[in-house]
Design a protein around this ligand. Structure first.
Ligand code: ADP
Ligand code: MG
Length: 755
């Protein structure tokens, strides 16, 4: 079957000459989208395993099976190098999108080149001179001519160029030209040697610039991708035409062609938009399928929501539930009463009272004769939850246990869990390790979900015996709607959009480092009034050890500054008994100022703490800053937050905008206490990739789509995907789409489709 790929060289050796462009246009003609009915009819005999007949186009599944070595020019060592760099198939090559494009449609004489903007000069090398004014500096000056006037291009520390650009070489060099002492000079950004075979790819057109892959250079990549594209077209389109029309999307075939080698200086928007849609549509299909499977396949417990335990618990609380809490509990109980396992996200502002809601869910399981579990991302938080929930459980006679990596009487806790002598267990990852057996787990709460991946969610769910436990995922970091549609897209969402009465927003100010004394004076003031304060240490790097060292040093320094006060220290490297002791002393009011790392970020509940000082605040993410601030003002007194930073922050009138260096976040931080605004700003400032990746392993990468800016396509893709899965749950009647998911999403696709 590969014969046609290697053997048929009709177009493979050509560059963009007349013949190949006619091949190209016949391709796009063939690439026209098919009517819906035809796609449906054809899909059951999908061509993925065959040659990919040209009338229907070649599917990505088909292209994923053609090894990269089969592409003209990649038979030798380059194919191997690409493979090592992760580009294994023709499909991978097509998905290696350009980082940018250079407009070389025009070829102005040097004398007419506009100054000060990026242009391409095409000419012949007439002179190359190399100078070495200093040991570590090589300057190569290349003089080009366009037949009339000279242009001088200066390269620094690229000595090999002297060999690559001998006199007489035809080159296309892009860069910015200026007139220096009467002569035209260019600061080069991209150099392409023109030779018969490549010239058509790098001059007289819009030229793609690729990230090099495992040392395979620009020229080779361009040729390889161009060849691969020629031989792949027409590329089949599995997306129903109705959808393409409704969203005004171009064909997949055209989109791949235009994103790599646009015919002329065209707007790349439509190609990018189409391929971004594909990414989002695949993602949403996968999520829709997963959600459907979760509902259909798994058998959940029908909990008893009327028994008296939850009622007794709510009556034992010293306050009235907010309306939002009441709604949340009834949504959750409706899920729990049904035979489908719950997959629900509970999100709400810091301090909105999620713990009580989670407890009501756990106690619903207990009153139905089952066990509940709470999984938290850190030991400190697990202990905090345990300490916070235990008295409430004691009140209603429910037995609660704690299991973390450092639980001393581990064996007896394990046996109590297995023997059903504990009703609710709070813990860390330790809960999902082997050797932990529940007698009847039927309700699992995961706190601060973004630190766990999908896989861990599944592992916890599997701790249930014959039935899947209901799952409630709590996050204190509000999730922008776009993320709720992607990273959390298979969950139902409950929002606590109301704060308990009497809470005032934490007043926040930003202070330059030179004025840090103002912050320390504020600390003394609060302590004098009987309150307590936190000082969060600079985030040195991601290593807990280094962070701990910085906390130790800062603790020593602040102990001298606050000579008369009790200054405590908390960081992740402390033994857990020590951590517990510190938290106990803080809760008891024995510590005035707690110097800590971000271990206190989540969940810490000290009602008497009113001041949060954050050092080097520009180093933290917005959501993280918001979390930190949420640790104060939780009792009867309002909270204050002082962020110390030497970042040169600036205000813009656009509100939430990404500042290249990320420091804009402090402005936003001080000006808004709305977690949603901050979460969205955070997403904009940080790279979405890291956000999606960190928050939810198992969610595919988005290369082109930007979930904030492509919000409309995302919403449409989600709606279409869920509608399709509703009528064709495992895409049995849309095999092309299913194959598309499987091959493009790779491992995460397998996971989504089979979990
Ligand atoms: P979070 O949503 O940040 O997890 P918590 O559940 O820790 O919030 O609750 C924050 C504080 O508010 C706790 O001290 C809790 O006792 C208190 N609280 C919760 N619900 C109410 C309510 N309805 N009225 C008054 N206080 C409440
Ligand atoms: Mg909480």
């Amino acid at each position: 079957m590969g014969g046609r790929w290697v053997g048929d060289n009709r177009y493979a050796t050509r560059s963009m000459t007349k013949e190949s462009s006619s091949a190209k246009s016949s391709g796009s003609q063939n690439g026209q989208v098919m009517p819906d009915a035809q796609v449906l009819a054809a899909s059951s005999v999908e061509s993925g395993t065959s040659e990919g007949p040209a009338e229907r186009g070649r599917t990505l599944a088909y292209l994923s099976r053609i090894p990269v070595e089969r592409v003209k020019g990649l038979g030798g060592k380059y194919g191997g190098m690409l493979k090592k760099g992760g580009i294994v198939s023709v499909m991978d090559l097509l998905f290696h999108f350009p980082r940018r494009t250079i407009d070389r449609t025009l070829k102005p004489p040097f004398s007419e080149i506009p100054l000060g903007e990026e242009v391409t000069a095409i000419g012949t090398v007439t002179r190359v001179s190399t100078r070495r004014p200093r040991a570590k500096l090589t300057i190569i000056e290349v003089t080009l001519t366009d037949g009339n006037s000279p242009l001088i291009v200066t390269f620094f520390n690229q000595p090999w160029l002297a060999r690559q650009l001998p006199e007489g070489t035809e080159v296309a060099i892009s860069g910015v030209v200026d007139r220096v002492r009467g002569r035209l000079q260019m600061k080069p950004k991209a150099v392409d040697v023109l030779s018969g075979s490549t010239e058509a790819l790098v001059t007289g057109r819009v030229v793609p610039v690729y990230a090099t892959v495992n040392k395979v250079g620009q020229a080779m990549l361009r040729r390889a991708i161009h060849n691969a594209l020629q031989r792949s077209r027409p590329i089949a389109d599995p997306v129903p035409e109705r959808i393409l029309e409704a969203l005004d999307l171009i064909s997949r075939d055209q989109a791949f062609a235009d994103i790599h080698f646009p015919e002329e200086k065209i707007d790349e928007g439509p190609a990018r938009r189409r391929l971004a849609f594909d990414e989002l549509y695949r993602l949403e299909l996968a999520l829709a399928i997963r959600k459907h499977q979760q509902l259909a396949r798994s058998q959940g417990v029908q909990h008893d929501v009327t028994a008296g335990l939850v009622q007794a618990f709510l009556e034992s609380l010293p306050y009235q539930l907010t309306g939002a809490q009441e709604n949340a509990i009834s949504e959750i109980q409706a899920d729990m009463a049904s035979s489908h396992p719950m997959h629900r996200l509970l999100q709400g502002e810091v301090g909105s009272g999620k713990t009580v809601v989670a407890l009501a869910a756990l106690l619903t399981a207990v009153q139905s004769g089952f066990q509940g579990a709470v999984m938290a991302p850190t030991e400190v938080l697990a202990e905090q939850h345990y300490l916070g929930m235990k008295p409430l459980c004691d009140e209603v006679g429910v037995r609660m246990g704690l299991l973390t990596g450092s639980t001393a009487d581990r064996e007896s806790v394990l046996s109590d869990i297995a023997g059903g002598r504990l009703d609710i267990v709070v813990g860390t990852h330790a809960l999902i390790q082997q050797g932990v057996h529940f007698s009847s787990l039927a309700m699992a709460v995961i706190d601060e979900q973004h630190r766990f991946g999908v896989h861990q969610r599944v592992q916890l769910r599997e701790k249930g015996e014959d039935t899947d436990p209901d799952l409630l995922i709590m996050t204190a970091t509000p999730i922008p709607r776009t993320l709720a549609m992607t990273a959390y897209g298979d969950l139902d969402v409950t929002e606590l959009d109301e704060m308990p009465p009497g809470r005032s927003p934490v007043e926040t100010s930003v202070l330059p480092l030179a004025d840090e004394n103002v912050a320390w004076a504020a600390v003394e003031e609060e302590v004098a009034a009987g309150r307590q304060a936190f000082v969060v240490c600079p985030l040195v790097d991601d290593s807990e050890t280094v962070e701990a060292a910085s906390a130790v040093a800062e603790h020593a320094r602040l102990s001298r500054i606050f000579a008369g006060l009790e200054v405590g220290l908390l960081h992740g490297q402390l033994p857990s008994v020590e951590k517990e002791r510190v938290m106990e002393r803080m809760r008891a009011g024995e510590i005035d100022v707690l110097v800590a790392t971000t271990v206190i970020e989540v969940g810490i509940d000290i009602p008497n703490a009113t001041l949060m000082v954050i050092e080097d605040a520009q180093r933290f993410g917005l959501s993280q800053l918001h979390q930190l601030r949420g640790r104060v003002g939780r009792g009867e007194w309002p909270g204050r937050c002082i962020a110390i930073s030497d970042a040169p922050w600036k205000l813009t009138d656009k509100g939430v905008v990404a500042n290249p260096d990320g420091k804009a976040r402090l402005e936003v931080y001080a000006s808004s206490t709305d977690g949603f605004v901050l979460a969205e700003a955070d997403l904009r400032i940080r790279k979405q990739g890291t956000v999606l990746g960190e928050r939810q392993s198992g969610v595919p990468d988005l290369k082109l789509a930007n979930i904030l800016d492509d919000h409309d396509i995302l919403a449409a893709a989600r709606q279409e995907a869920f509608a399709l899965v509703e009528i064709d749950p495992d895409l049995a009647h849309h095999q092309e789409l299913r194959e598309d998911l499987r091959v493009v999403l790779g491992d995460s696709g397998e996971f989504l489709l089979h979990s």
